[in-house]
Design a protein around this ligand. Structure first.
Ligand SMILES: Nc1ncnc2c1ncn2[C@@H]1O[C@H](COP(=O)(O)OP(=O)(O)OP(=O)(O)O)[C@@H](O)[C@H]1O
Length: 394
């Protein structure tokens, strides 16, 4: 229900405006003030969606009311009413932050449409504020999800490399076993680069059938193959201005590799079935758990593509090679999982952590996270050594 305040010293005009508004929309809640002082007091007490204020008034004029009110709340919406001879002042009010002005006597249509516009703007402003707050909260949540935990020298070296390379255009190949944190590294590189306002688009090359990968990466035009019912943008286009992360690149077919190579060499792509080429500005990060040198020797990976992708190589070691990170990771996941699932917080006894450190972590950090979740569900509080021995079979 929009709340509107009319500040006008002439009772007749005050009442006319009030009646016009109430006739126009029964949902308007209209209040009135007899002069600037009265108006300002009301503004300080109530949250109005719109203030319609005369300019020339005793005690405090409309300009003073506007300036003082906006000082406390810059989002307030003001519609000034200007009498004959103070148009210039009305224009000045807009410079000072008023939404608009109308001249006396008000033209009914223009008056009502200005009121509607002002109220619409207020709604948009409020929505925008809510979305900004929501967005900030989500960003904080995502940042927490992508926290890089651990103080091993291997991880600290990776952090140093990320800091050096993030804000360059260098293509980076991230290698390491499954679940070791390659995607996490890619995310940090993107977030620390000047492309971070644009998207990071991830493509899991192993999950896309080879006959579809070209269309997935470069898009297609309607009718270019059975099932292409409409034009579709590919991931390279979606990542324009940002970063594309080609995960599991070692699993890409040779024909798709040739297309990617061309895109990297020329900075241009063309959708499947299109004649036109599209210029794209995309930074490429790639990851693999395969030994690409071996794949090259076996004729499964193109050497020229390898050299294009691997300007910088970041090797993420498996968890077995940095067991000193386990204790910090366990505490981190315990809090993260409890937060996300609403489960009760539990701590881990020193013995429980020591036992976990002895295990063989072939599934790496992903496996450790699952184990922590299992122990939060099944173990006591604090999680004990015997909980680990009972519920984690190694
Ligand atoms: N250092 C770390 N601190 C906190 N969480 C981490 C860390 N490294 C990895 N993780 C978490 O472990 C999980 C697996 O990491 P990620 O997906 O980055 O691994 P990956 O190497 O890309 O795996 P895959 O090879 O299967 O694609 C994710 O939930 C990730 O957030």
């Amino acid at each position: 229900m929009p709340k509107i305040l009319i500040i006008e010293d002439e009772a007749a005009i005050r009442n006319v405006i009030k009646n016009i508004l109430l006739d126009e929309d029964k949902s308007y809640e209209v209040e009135v003030a007899e002069d600037g002082m009265d108006g300002l007091n009301k503004i300080n007490e109530t949250d109005y969606d719109l203030i319609i204020s005369d300019i020339k008034m005793p005690k405090k004029d409309g300009v003073q009311v506007l300036v003082e009110a906006l000082e406390n709340n810059p989002d307030l919406s003001f519609l000034m009413i200007s009498g004959h001879g103070d148009i210039e002042t009305a224009v000045d009010c807009i410079k000072k932050g008023a939404f608009d002005y109308i001249s006396k006597p008000p033209d009914l249509n223009r008056f009502l449409s200005t009121v509607r516009n002002a109220l619409d703007k207020k709604v948009l402003l409020t929505k925008n504020k809510e979305l900004t707050t929501e967005n900030k909260a989500l960003k904080r949540k995502v940042a927490k999800q992508y926290e890089m935990v651990g103080d091993s020298s291997a991880l600290n070296t990776i952090r140093e490399i990320i800091d050096k390379v993030a804000d360059t255009e260098a293509r980076i190949l991230i290698t390491g076993p499954n679940g070791s944190g390659k995607e996490l590294v890619a995310h940090h590189i993107h977030e620390k680069s000047s492309r971070n306002k644009m998207p990071l688009i991830e493509v899991n090359c192993a999950a896309i059938p080879s006959e579809l990968i070209e269309s997935e990466l470069f898009g297609h035009v309607k009718g270019s193959f059975t099932g292409a019912h409409k034009d579709k943008e590919g991931k390279f286009e979606l990542a324009n201005g940002g970063t594309i992360f080609l995960d599991e690149i070692g699993d890409m077919s040779l024909s798709a590799q040739a297309k990617v190579l061309r895109a990297l060499q020329e900075g241009k792509i063309s959708r499947v079935g299109a004649d036109r080429e599209i210029k794209v500005d995309v930074r490429v990060l790639a990851a693999t758990n395969k030994d690409l040198r071996k794949e090259i020797a076996e004729g499964k990976f193109r050497e020229d593509l390898y050299h294009r992708l691997a300007v910088i190589v970041i090797e993420v070691p498996g968890l077995n090679d940095r067991k000193e990170d386990i204790s910090e990771l366990v505490n981190h996941f315990a809090v993260q999982i409890a937060d996300a699932t609403g489960m009760a917080q539990k701590s881990f006894s020193a013995d429980a952590v020591k036992t976990l450190e002895k295990y063989d972590w072939t599934g790496n950090i992903r496996e450790l996270r699952n184990v922590v979740e299992r122990l939060l569900i099944l173990g006591a509080n604090p999680v004990s050594k015997s909980d680990v021995e009972n519920f984690v079979k190694k």
